[in-house]
Design a protein around this ligand. Structure first.
Ligand SMILES: [Fe+2]
Length: 136
């Protein structure tokens, strides 16, 4: 059982960004599996930290693509990425302090956030690129 089941509607039509989203979804599912099967705390923390690192790489790449094409909603995207990161960093520090169940909270939060963000915000960027017939 996955926490985030990929569906076609999560593709925004930009292969590089779509591939990164799929990697994030895979990593969320890997973390969920590690936590559910009660892997050692160190394994859970390392899996989580790989996900968080990849998330920052993805946001940086996505924002760079938007910048390159003078995307008018770049600031809104940056704010959304930033707000999400701050929430997750807070949960990460709760885990550090011994709050083990916070991992499930984090997984739910990130999964729901990502579903909404891809379908609403990132899709708008995909449409923008397609309308302009531009290349990333
Ligand atoms: Fe985004």
């Amino acid at each position: 059982m996955n926490i985030f089941q990929w569906e076609e509607r999560y593709d925004i039509g930009l292969p590089e960004i779509d591939a990164q989203h799929r990697t994030m979804i895979d990593m969320l599912n890997t973390l969920y599996a590690a936590k559910k099967s009660e892997q050692a705390r160190q394994v859970v923390e390392e899996t989580l930290d790989r996900l968080l690192y990849y998330t920052t790489v993805h946001f940086t790449d996505e924002e760079a693509a938007m910048q390159k094409l003078d995307y008018p909603h770049l600031d809104k995207q940056k704010n959304e990425h930033e707000t999400m990161t701050q929430q997750v960093v807070k949960m990460r520090s709760r885990l550090q302090q011994g709050d083990d169940p916070v991992v499930f909270e984090l997984l739910n939060f990130m999964s729901e956030w990502l579903k909404f963000h891809i379908c609403e915000s990132d899709r708008k960027f995909g449409d923008f690129v397609k309308e302009r017939k531009q290349q990333l």
